[in-house]
Design a protein around this ligand. Structure first.
Ligand SMILES: [Zn+2]
Length: 249
């Protein structure tokens, strides 16, 4: 999600021998911009060259070609063109083609930080987690497309996707809930790790902790906004259905 202070298609920065300590107490290499500015690279491999292949680990994007570099909040990122984009992204491009987004975005170029990339395709340790991610993008696309609550996608479509998500989730991550105890309403998942929350507000507090200070996440953020922020650190936000809580919305 580009911020207005982000700079795109910057000249390729040069590596230095310096490092800085990042948010997760990891050492991040420092790159030098033409104008003398310093940018941190969060990848565990050197900044990839233009037109080289990288694997985008977020949003089901997969292999992509490096098309440029960008600077965001002191970090260096790459601008990539997916080689085999997922369906949700193709649909977004179609929706965006008349919008006021920059031309490169309409052409399908996206922005990722180094921590979201790798040089090899990660082992698909849990293929069903990918299925949940895909279904969540379908659901978010449905929700963003129409809110009339009357048409078929609003009623049957979203209900069916939610049901499919909960079937896969229960299969992958069954939650043992003792009788009489409310199950958590929100779960953040990534690579076999699961954090449970009883409300969106507590999720917001958790997510806010790992966001860089330049990014503001309001208390009133919607579920989709929180999910997008959580995705920056590879967390998938899941809303549990069928609990004793009052229904959402
Ligand atoms: Zn509708």
């Amino acid at each position: 999600m580009p911020e207005c202070t982000d700079r795109f298609f910057i000249p390729p920065p040069s590596p230095t021998s310096e490092t800085r300590t990042g948010e997760d107490d990891n050492l991040l290499p420092v790159y030098l911009e033409e104008n003398g500015g310093l940018l941190l690279w969060s990848g565990d491999f050197p900044l990839p060259a233009i037109d080289s292949r990288v694997f985008v680990n977020v949003n089901n994007i997969g292999w992509a070609l490096v098309k440029g570099y960008y600077a965001s909040a002191g970090y260096l990122g790459v601008m990539t063109l997916p080689i085999n984009p997922p369906m949700w992204l193709c649909e977004q491009w179609l929706e965006d083609k008349d919008s006021e987004r920059p031309e490169w975005a309409k052409q399908g170029i996206g922005c990722e930080f180094g921590s979201e990339l790798s040089l090899v395709e990660p082992a698909k340790s849990n293929g069903l987690q990918e299925v949940v991610l895909t279904l969540q993008y379908c659901l978010e696309t449905f929700e963003a497309t129409c809110q009339c609550e009357k048409c078929d996608p609003c009623r049957r479509g979203r209900r069916d996707i939610r049901r499919a998500i909960s079937i896969v989730e229960e299969f992958c991550w069954p939650i043992d809930t003792p009788a009489g105890i409310q199950s958590p309403r929100f779960v953040l998942q990534r690579a076999g790790v699961k954090a449970e929350f009883d409300g969106l507000r507590t999720v917001i507090d958790f997510v806010r902790d790992f966001l860089p200070p330049s990014i503001v996440l309001h208390d009133s953020a919607t579920r989709a906004e929180v999910a997008a922020m959580a995705a920056r650190k590879h967390w998938t936000l899941v809303e549990k259905k069928g609990t004793t809580h009052a229904p959402q919305e």
